[in-house]
Write a protein that binds this ligand. Sequence first.
Ligand SMILES: Cc1ncc(COP(=O)(O)O)c(C=O)c1O
Length: 375
Amino acid sequence: MAAGLRKLPGMPPSISFARGAPSLDIIDVDGLSAAATRAFANDPAGATAYGTSVGYLPLRRWIAERHGVDEAQVLVTNGSMQADAFLFDELVGVGDEVIVERPTYDRTLLALGQRGAKVHAVALEPDGIDTRALAELIEQGARPKLAHIIPTFQNPAGYTLSLPKRQALLGLAAEHGFTIFEDDPYVALRFSGETVPSMLSLDEGANVVYACSFSKTVCPGIRVGYLVGDAGLIAKIAKRATSTYISPNMVAQAIVHEFCVAGALERSIETVKAALGERADTLAAAVERELPGASFVKPEGGYFMWVTLPPGVEAAALVTASAQRGVVVLPGTDFMLDGGTDALRLAYSGVSPAQIDAGVALIGEAARAVAGAAA
Ligand SMILES: Cc1ncc(COP(=O)(O)O)c(C=O)c1O
């Protein structure tokens, strides 16, 4: 058995590269606990009241300042998933055309499918969505209302949209009248390379709605995310939020606010980035060693690495063979409407370097078994 595995009686050892979630060791539990104490001490009325549908006002103000926008442009939600759902409900009806990246976040595909959208999946390249292909699609008659883009350390590929492509996308949105939904929960987690400005900050019209989250920088269980956009649109979504839940979780938002103003957020981001950088290095080296013939782009931040498998190794078979060895991985097919049979998404956010080495060794063993059986 590979070193570093936890053997449970009667069960195969389990290492999961499946979930986009952090391991407990990179969550500042003590800092959160202290922030909770301060939240109740400093603002008991605000933290315990229903509050308003736009979110806990001091946190809303803090976010607005961080993005250099007016407070009226910010709505704080229960996780950015809730922000996504409100935005889709506001902008996407049955038959509306929506651009997504190929591959993209599986929950986006689900949410758009549930709303009856007509989804156009445009190829994702290592420097982001193929903007030329998008322009051609529009020339051929596509009339998108919305483009859902995960610009930084994309889920599932780990790629980042380049500055020229951000500008090209903004140009297309202005010219053809569609909204860019910039879904950016991983932006703070860069451990190498150069920062790229958000499309929200580059936008000269009101063509961008931006979503971000504290799930990846604080912890996912806190369920705090937010939207930034045109004040008129945010006001409409705030009405929708009122009728959905009166207000989001004020206790959680008051805790996040205390965590942020105390400087704990910046410290937490440094901890998370250092761990992710080490894990990405370990993962890239392990995949090179154990999966010869596979290809990938080493991530510069975020949680995910997309691996195109060696010829002759099919993702579904490899997922099964890896599971039999106690390693959980997701096939590329989960992130596309079609295709993806030659790829895996590996999430390295929840595994230690020792687990990565051990897990990838088992995936390598599984790949050899699959290739042997296919031959
Ligand atoms: C691209 C993308 N958007 C949104 C979310 C949802 O994040 P939250 O935990 O803030 O709801 C995720 C979480 O994995 C994500 O990867």
